[in-house]
Design a protein around this ligand. Structure first.
Ligand code: 1GP
Length: 244
């Protein structure tokens, strides 16, 4: 089955959980263990990506490592066209809509598109919207982050993504953000949008995951939680809060 159909099918039945693994942050064996644990605990998708230090070598090795023990779709979450893995099942074809730099809006995509075609990767289009504080990805991506008290601006960006024909919208507070995207903003975007909404950044507890789910996210991404020592228990709590 195509990954987009799998994803849309899962989201039509309830909130989806995606585990983000940064290839620059651990060995392929450790990534394999993370993905296998996440699959056992009920995550739906493995995303692979990071804002800095992703190379062709660590990306390929991480994806192959994950695939040794995990049967879930692996979707590449790129920060640019410099690295691209044929071993992924799909790629989020992202435009960072609120970047000040046209490179992140369209130029890297123009570089990457022929490579995606050559590798035969399934592309799933995504309007990527950075919300304050934005963290590293906001900085590296030269975003003008959506102010936390301006849900209307988030709605406008999300609708622009929809009207441009994108498959998904992702509201991103940034990896390691002190707080997730505000509930009111998620609620307003969900109310006005007819394509699926992904929310990530700063979700560390079951309570936060539940709040993001109740506000209307169709999919929730967590990354930092699996980078911390004993991650199985906290991850289990988060996935339960999303699925129960
Ligand atoms: C980053 O939103 C994701 O793109 C994950 O964020 O690392 O804070 O879970 P965390």
């Amino acid at each position: 089955m195509k990954v987009k159909e799998y994803l849309m099918g899962r989201m039509s039945r309830g909130t989806v959980h995606m585990t983000l693994i940064d290839p620059a942050k651990q060995s392929p064996d450790a990534a394999c263990a993370m993905a296998a644990t996440a699959e056992r605990l009920g995550t739906d998708v493995i995303m692979v990506g990071g804002s800095t230090n992703v190379t062709q070598e660590n990306l390929d090795a991480t994806v192959l490592g994950i695939k040794k023990e995990c049967g879930l779709p692996v979707i590449y979450f790129p920060s640019g066209a410099n690295a691209m893995s044929r071993h992924c099942d799909a790629i989020y074809f992202i435009s960072m809509l609120n970047s000040r730099n046209v490179r992140n809006v369209i130029r890297e995509q123009v570089k990457g598109a022929p490579i995606v075609r050559k590798l035969g990767l399934e592309a799933i289009s995504m309007g990527y919207i950075i919300v304050e504080p934005g963290m590293k990805v906001g900085e590296v991506g030269q975003a003008d982050p959506i102010p936390r008290n301006n849900p209307d601006l988030a709605v406008a960006y999300a609708l622009a993504a929809q009207y441009m024909g994108m498959d998904l919208v992702y509201l991103e507070a940034g990896s390691g953000a002190p707080e997730p995207v505000p509930e009111l903003m998620i609620r307003e975007v969900r109310k006005n949008l007819s394509i699926p909404l992904i929310v990530g950044g700063g979700i560390r507890s079951p309570e936060e995951a539940k709040a993001v789910r109740m506000a209307g996210a169709n999919a929730i991404v967590t990354g930092t939680v699996v980078e911390e020592g004993e991650y199985a228990k906290p991850l289990e709590g988060i996935i339960r809060a999303i699925k129960d």
